[in-house]
Design a protein around this ligand. Structure first.
Ligand SMILES: [Zn+2]
Length: 335
C-alpha cells in the first residue's frame, strides 16, 4: 500500500511542477507581447524606464549669442523647455511640452533656419525657438535653479527621443499660452495643416492668470491706427457709428470686424492694438474704445494652460499631445 501511494505523490508533484513551469513560460510570453509603446507610461515608473534613448544621438548646430554651437538634443532641450513653460507646471504638461519642442526642432532642422543658414536652429523666438542659457536661468530662478532645472531635465529625459509625426515627417508643433474654450485652426492664420485644427481646450479664468484682459484705446489713436492700415476706411462720422458687424470663426476668435465701413481681420486688429489674442469684443466708451480679450497667443496647436489643466485631471503627456495634435503619431529617434 505504501509504495504506490509514494509513486502517486511523486507523479502529482511532477505534474504540479510542470504546470508551474508552463504557466511561468506563458506569463513571460504574454509580458513580451504587451503593447508597451502604445500605452501611456504609468506615472510611478522611474524616469529611465520611460524614455528610450535618442536625444544623446541627435547633434544640433545651434546659433546662439553670435556663436555656432554643437550640442546634443539632450543638452539643448532643457534650456528650450525652460524658455517655454513655467517650471511649476505639472510633470505631464512639461513632458508634453518637451515632445512638442523636440518635434518642432526636428521640423525646423528639416526646413532650415532662415536667419542663420549654417545652423539647424537659432535661439531667436521669431525665427526658430526661444532658448535660455544657464546664466539667464540662474538669474531668473535664483535659489530655485537646481530644483527647476531638474524638472526640465526630467521632462526631457522621461520623453527621451519621442517626437510627433504626420505621415512620417516631424510636425510643426506650434503652441500658445491659453485659448478661449477652443484652439485656433492653422488655416485661419497661416496655411491649413491637418494636425493643427481647432479642438476644445479646458482652461478657464480660474486656471489662467490674466485670462481676461482689457485694452483701452483713445478715439483719435483708434482712428489714426486703422486709417493708416486701411486708408479707404471712413471715420468722418460719429465715433459711436464706427463699429459695424463682427464675424467669428468656430473657435470664437474674430475673423473679421467692420470698422469705419471697412473690414479688418481679427489677426490684424490683434497686431495693431497689441491685444493678447484675437478673441475679443469691442465697444465704444465715453472717451474711446475698449477691447475685452480672452486667452493669450495665436491659439494654434497645444494650449499650455490647457495641457496643465489636462495634466491636473490625470491625463498623461501622450493623451495631451494626441488631443492638441490630432491624427499625429509618436516616433522615437532611437528607431
Ligand atoms: Zn533660426
Amino acid at each position: 500500500m505504501r509504495r504506490p501511494e509514494k509513486a502517486e505523490l511523486l507523479r502529482t508533484a511532477l505534474i504540479a511542477l510542470a504546470l508551474l513551469c508552463a504557466s511561468l513560460i506563458l506569463l513571460r510570453m504574454l509580458q513580451a507581447r504587451a503593447p508597451v509603446p502604445d500605452a501611456d507610461p504609468p506615472r510611478t515608473l522611474p524616469s529611465e524606464a520611460i524614455g528610450q534613448g535618442g536625444d544623446e544621438s541627435l547633434t544640433l548646430r545651434v546659433f546662439s549669442a553670435g556663436e555656432l554651437l554643437t550640442v546634443s538634443a539632450a543638452d539643448y532641450l532643457p534650456g528650450v523647455l525652460a524658455g517655454e513653460m513655467p517650471a511649476g507646471f505639472q510633470a505631464e504638461a512639461l513632458r508634453a511640452q518637451a515632445v512638442a519642442a523636440r518635434s518642432y526642432i526636428l521640423w525646423k532642422t528639416a526646413h532650415g533656419c532662415q536667419t542663420h543658414p549654417e545652423a539647424d536652429v537659432c535661439d531667436e523666438p521669431s525665427c526658430c525657438k526661444a532658448w535660455c542659457s544657464e546664466e539667464a536661468l540662474r538669474g531668473k530662478w535664483g535659489e530655485a535653479y537646481a530644483e527647476n532645472m531638474e524638472r526640465m531635465r526630467s521632462a526631457v529625459r522621461d520623453t527621451d527621443g519621442w517626437y510627433l509625426c504626420w505621415e512620417g515627417e516631424p510636425i510643426q508643433a506650434v503652441f500658445h499660452a491659453s485659448s478661449p474654450g477652443r484652439t485656433e485652426d492653422s488655416g485661419s492664420i497661416w496655411q491649413p495643416l491637418p494636425y493643427l485644427v481647432s479642438v476644445e481646450s479646458p482652461e478657464t479664468a480660474a486656471d489662467v492668470p490674466n485670462y481676461r484682459t482689457e485694452t483701452a484705446v483713445g478715439t483719435e489713436a483708434f482712428r489714426e491706427t486703422l486709417q493708416r492700415e486701411n486708408p479707404s476706411a471712413d471715420f468722418s462720422g460719429d465715433p459711436a457709428d464706427w463699429i459695424g458687424e463682427t464675424l467669428r470663426n468656430e473657435s470664437g476668435r474674430v475673423s473679421s470686424v467692420e470698422l469705419g465701413g471697412a473690414a479688418f481681420d481679427g489677426q490684424t486688429i490683434r497686431r495693431l492694438f497689441g491685444l493678447r489674442s484675437a478673441c475679443f469684443t469691442l465697444e465704444r466708451t465715453r472717451d474711446g474704445f475698449l477691447f475685452r480679450v480672452t486667452g493669450f497667443g495665436h491659439g494654434v496647436g497645444m494650449s499650455q494652460y490647457g495641457a496643465e489643466v489636462m495634466a491636473r485631471g490625470g491625463s498623461g503627456w501622450r493623451e495631451i499631445l494626441a488631443h492638441y495634435y490630432p491624427g499625429t503619431t509618436l516616433v522615437n529617434l532611437s528607431g
